[in-house]
Structure formats: C-alpha cells, structure tokens
Design a protein around this ligand. Structure first.
Ligand code: ZN
Length: 82
C-alpha cells in the first residue's frame, strides 16, 4: 500500500516504496527502494534522482517497459590467466 508520506518511484512511477535505511543522525535522510523496478535512492539526492517529474525522460520506465524487459544476461565464467 502506498505511503502518502513518501513520494513514488522516480524511475517507474510505482506508488509504493520500501524504507531500506535511515541516516545515523535521525531525520537527515532515508534510503528508499521501489519494489517494482528495484531503483534505490537517498532522499537527500537532487530532484533529478528523487522526483518523477524531474527524473530524466530517457531513463524513465513504465509498467509496460518492465513487463517487456529482457532477462538480465548471466555473468559469463571467469577467464583463466594464460
Ligand atoms: Zn520503480
């Protein structure tokens, strides 16, 4: 359920966020994560990283983008030194 005190995800506009971490000095910043696209940000970062309306258009995602996203490629085995 969306928390009205937290803004939605800057990258995909999902309405809910997860609270991951709080600043050592209480109330300075929080680290939030989007449960849909897994974007994480600290609330003290600039608006272009924390607010949907300021997030760069070229990096914005929609629900359809996420549904059609290709699988993340597997990391190949390490090459041995020759
Ligand atoms: Zn998101």
């Amino acid at each position: 359920m969306a928390d009205p005190t937290r803004p939605g995800c800057p990258r995909c506009a999902h309405g809910d966020t997860e609270h991951i971490h709080a600043s050592p000095v209480p109330g300075v910043w929080d680290v939030l994560r989007c449960p849909r696209c897994l974007y994480m940000w600290r609330t003290s970062e600039p608006a272009r990283r924390t607010r949907r309306e300021h997030y760069p258009e070229g990096f914005r995602l929609t629900e359809a983008d996420l549904a059609n996203a290709d699988e993340v490629p597997a990391v190949p085995p390490l090459r041995r030194a020759t």
